[in-house]
Design a protein around this ligand. Sequence first.
Ligand code: COA
Ligand code: ZN
Length: 299
Amino acid sequence: MERQSVEIYEVGPRDGFQNLKEYIPMEDKLHYIGGLIEAGVKHIQITSFVSPRAIPQMMDARELAGECLARYPETDLFSLVPNLFGAKSAWESGIKKTSYVISLSESHNKANINRTREQSLEELWRIREFLPELTVISDIATAFACPFEGVMELDNLLELIRKINLLGINEFVLCDTIGMAHPAQVREYVKAAMREFPGCRFQVHIHDTRNMGIVNTLAAIECGVEGVQTTLGGLGGCPFAPGASGNTSTEDLVYMLNKMGYDTGIDFNRLLALAKEEYASIRGAYSGHHINIGSQCAV
Ligand code: COA
Ligand code: ZN
């Protein structure tokens, strides 16, 4: 069988940890990030530069980023920012690549960032102007559905991508923030985006509310997306999206793709051991989140 490849972007240290009220010591965060790299993970979203009032868990972003970049210069380490303030902090910490989040739904953008989408677009323009060397990836939250507005229109998604693309951004992450998408919708939206913007690269970021995280992610992979975002242990959730549950779990995805002959470069057994360790050490902090760990045996 021809070996296929897809890039796996681990976003657990950001999306997984952001929902935890109890602060995880920076040394522990570094331990998991190091463990992911040892297992073969090549792309990691290590933190977000957001208001500590909005997400207290990320108050160590500068220090953590500095430490990670010093320890792992070969790994693709990136962050998430909601505004120019965050982008400046990221850049000053040595970050060269960051996600910038805008929601397709106006009401979720307000709940998450306290700005209209138009204000978020203006802010993105300012980031491009002030920090032209910072690589910006556009995270489109609620790309498929919104907790407040329901299913999102494909035409509106394409229009938002067009506006962001005009600011010189050509990497996009279509996020199913609350896990309401299904494979047919993922295929339709991903294919349309890839057809409309052939010069751009696309990833998906799928939450696993209805146990469809893995099939939705596979649907996107089979459409030819460049990468997919997942979290160790399936942790995750957006504190500003009612109903948001965990992400698609990295170890489940790696298990499936390795078996299918994809060249993930990630050691499933090491990843599973790390996921179990993480779950055991911080499970007390979780309640009500979807954690799909331990459903499979090591191989
Ligand atoms: N990092 C740290 N502090 C920040 C910041 C950032 N990126 N952006 C703003 N602040 C600080 C300001 O300096 C100000 O501090 P002060 O009160 O001490 O003067 C305070 O936060 C309020 O600033 P303001 O611009 O009015 O922000 P806001 O209250 O309208 O909140 C965001 C807007 C974007 C900062 C906030 O909603 C946020 O951080 N959201 C992120 C949500 C998130 O992470 N969601 C999950 C990931 S998608
Ligand atoms: Zn998410």
